[in-house]
Design a protein around this ligand. Structure first.
Ligand SMILES: *Cc1c(COP(=O)(O)O)cnc(C)c1O
Length: 412
């Protein structure tokens, strides 16, 4: 951890030891367990420095040069930097970096393009759609009429014929492509073609792969989608937050959909941290990282298959893997608990071929801490051994501690 961070923890320890313990405890947990949650990563000390800066104090409703508050001349520079860097990184005509989260970005995209009651075609939740893709528990399912497409039960791949058939039958106002659990590249040209055929907008929810796109390790949705929604904290390795990219003609609608329609004051410390992350993501080192993330995911998928798990779609193009642990005699929900006790932290997910839950895991975080294709079979071996009951949780926990000790996420 950086010197400044150590000092800050010291300040907190003197004033509020109870909370300082929480911070240090979480840092210890992250450093000594395996972060295999596909949506998580370790931001750089520079990103953390921007997040912990006095920019957190500043109110800045509006956009650079047009704020509802005084004293914004310096934070305006941070937001202009973030916007320019995002536009350069993704080759987009316009970027909005104010969305507080990925969900806020999707809400703003709908607000920019749709009216309540409009029909939207998106990947169904049981097939890997996000809550914002029509869950009845979310604003999306309450305010719009969602129709869900799916993945093929056997191959696990998006059923393109079904997408086309549903689009022709329902004439949606928008089509959403993007998923929380799809391990393969999405065919953006196909979705653009279907959207054009039925006169729909195309919204790409690229929350997961946008970091791979930044590093040139996944195809970009920017040339195809009317609006691209994304998070900045997954593979992209920035602060928690959202972002929207679009063409010049939708720029004003997108900006007004974020502020004042769905949000208030921008979080300037987060926007500064996004600028730092976009700067990092534009480097050759990040491109190499993004390609290593995919190579590690492929190695991990192959190793999990060799251990007897059924990897959905037979592998991955991205950082993300979904797998059925049933052949090892355990379902996803029980597996997640057992693995957590052993220090392997991951998620459950739906499976295309079964009602039982599967496992979803990713390689963004372990790759950031320096693990490579040599470590992936070790991780798969630990995971399988815990699930088979061959290794006690306490014993496996020690093995995980030993493995992670060689790859500190924040070297001192
Ligand atoms: C992660 C994710 C989101 C939401 O991001 P939050 O920051 O958690 O709101 C939205 N859509 C998809 C596809 C995601 O993977």
């Amino acid at each position: 951890m950086t010197v400044t961070h150590a000092l800050e923890v010291d300040v907190l320890r003197r004033q509020d030891p109870e909370l300082a313990d929480v911070l240090l405890g979480e840092r210890e947990r992250q450093a000594t367990t395996l972060q295999l949650i596909a949506a998580e990563n370790f931001t750089s000390p520079a990103v953390l420095a921007a997040l912990g800066s006095p920019l957190a104090n500043k109110y800045a409703e509006g956009y650079p040069g047009a704020r509802h508050h005084g004293g914004c001349e310096i934070v305006d520079v941070a937001e202009r930097l973030a916007v320019d860097r995002a536009k350069g990184l993704f080759g987009a005509e316009h970027a909005n970096v104010q969305a507080h989260s990925g969900s806020s970005a999707v809400l703003a995209a709908y607000a920019a393009l749709l009216r309540p009651g409009d029909t939207v075609l998106a990947l169904g939740l049981p097939h890997g759609g996000h809550l914002t893709h029509g869950s009845p528990a979310n604003f999306s399912g309450r305010w719009f009429d969602f129709v869900g497409y799916g993945v093929d039960a056997e191959s696990g791949l998006i059923d393109h014929e079904q997408v086309r058939t549903l689009a022709r039958a329902h004439r949606p106002k928008a089509i959403v492509c993007g998923s929380i659990a799809y391990p393969r590249h999405i065919d953006h040209a196909f979705f653009r073609e279907v959207a054009d055929e039925v006169g729909a907008y195309l919204i790409a929810d690229a929350a997961h792969p946008i970091g791979l796109v930044a590093g040139g390790a996944a195809p970009s949705p920017v040339p195809y989608a009317d609006i691209v929604c994304a998070t900045t904290h997954k593979v992209l390795r920035g602060p928690r937050g959202g972002m929207l990219l679009c063409g010049a003609e939708l720029a004003e609608r997108v900006d007004r959909a974020v502020f004042p329609f769905t949000q208030g004051g921008a979080q300037m410390h987060t926007i500064a941290a996004k600028a730092v992350a976009f700067g990092e993501a534009a480097t050759p080192a990040f491109a190499a990282y993004a390609h290593r993330v995919v190579a590690n995911a492929r190695a991990l998928a192959a190793a999990l298959t060799a251990e007897g798990l059924v990897v959905t779609t037979g592998g991955t193009d991205t950082h993300l893997i979904t797998a059925d642990p049933a052949p090892l005699g355990v379902d996803g929900r029980a597996a997640r608990g057992r693995l957590a006790a052993a220090g392997l932290v991951l998620d459950c997910c739906a499976l295309p071929h079964a009602d039982a839950r599967g496992l979803r895991l990713g390689t963004a975080a372990v790759t950031t801490q320096g693990m490579g294709e040599r470590e992936m079979p070790i991780v798969a071996g630990l995971l399988a051994s815990v699930l088979r009951g061959g290794t006690e949780a306490a014993r496996a926990r020690e093995d995980v501690r030993e493995l992670t000790a060689a790859f500190p996420p924040y070297p001192r």
